[in-house]
Design a protein around this ligand. Structure first.
Ligand SMILES: O=P(O)(O)OC[C@H]1O[C@H](OP(=O)(O)OP(=O)(O)O)[C@H](O)[C@@H]1O
Ligand SMILES: O=c1cc[nH]c(=O)[nH]1
Ligand SMILES: [Mg+2]
Length: 215
């Protein structure tokens, strides 16, 4: 079987600033304000990558100097679908880049005993099917949460979806590419493995706790 991490659907964003910021975020001694600031900065760079292939159309514009045929987005701006809670940490930076994006919220938590995803909230833009839907969650561990999110969004009419995370485990990439082979995955890093509690190694710990200071 093909190595899922090497799949053409998986993009590791290897920009030096992304890699530098992620290393600072991984450090256990990086405190809350700094962690949040880095997350905001890195999210903007990830949003830049995931929107790289948005389709353009040509429009005629009168500049102060001349009329010209110029590029404009062919469809409405993408929507972000944040997987609560930790996905919210990626939103600020991404909205800095695309202020006109609409935002959907999908509440899913990972049951600590079974590691299965449990849904507790769902509200997405009605026109999600007309936009690129960018699903954001910092961690792709077992992949249960991401698979459940994509199942739900496809059932509800999303057609063009990309998944963005900060850190992925090989196990999560395999699960996600197996369940949803059509979905592009963007990640800043693919780590070594999961530990016995389902945490990514080396990872960055519990993303939600580090973003919201709930440890
Ligand atoms: O790939 P998986 O094994 O499903 O794990 C990944 C999920 O775990 C974390 O959420 P968590 O359940 O901790 O919820 P939180 O965002 O509310 O902290 C993370 O933000 C992902 O949503
Ligand atoms: O390492 C992990 C795995 C799942 N969720 C997290 O927040 N961190
Ligand atoms: Mg958490």
């Amino acid at each position: 079987m093909q190595d899922p991490v090497a799949s053409p659907k998986v993009t590791t964003v290897d920009h030096p600033l992304v890699q530098h910021k992620l290393t600072l975020m991984r450090d256990r001694d990086t405190a809350l304000p700094e962690f949040r600031r880095l997350l905001r900065e890195i999210s903007l760079l990830l949003a830049y990558e995931v929107t790289r292939h948005l389709e353009l159309k040509t429009v005629s514009v009168e500049t102060p100097v001349a009329r010209a045929d110029l590029p404009l987005l062919a469809r409405p701006e993408p929507c972000f679908i944040t997987i609560l809670r930790a996905g919210n940490g990626l939103l600020d930076g991404m909205l800095d880049l695309i202020p006109a994006a609409s935002v959907g919220h999908l509440g899913l938590y990972r049951d600590p005993a079974t590691l299965e995803a449990v849904e507790y909230y769902y509200k997405v833009p009605g026109d999600m099917g007309e936009r690129l839907a960018i699903v954001v969650d910092p961690m792709l561990a077992t992949g249960h949460t991401a698979v459940a999110a994509l199942d739900r969004l496809k059932k509800d009419g999303a057609k063009d979806i990309s998944f963005v995370c900060l850190v992925a485990a090989p196990e999560g990439i395999e699960a996600l590419t197996e369940a949803h082979p059509d979905i592009p995955i963007y990640t800043a890093a693919v780590d070594e493995r999961l530990n016995e509690k389902g945490y990514i190694v080396p990872g960055l710990g519990d993303a939600g706790d580090r973003i919201f200071g709930t440890k």
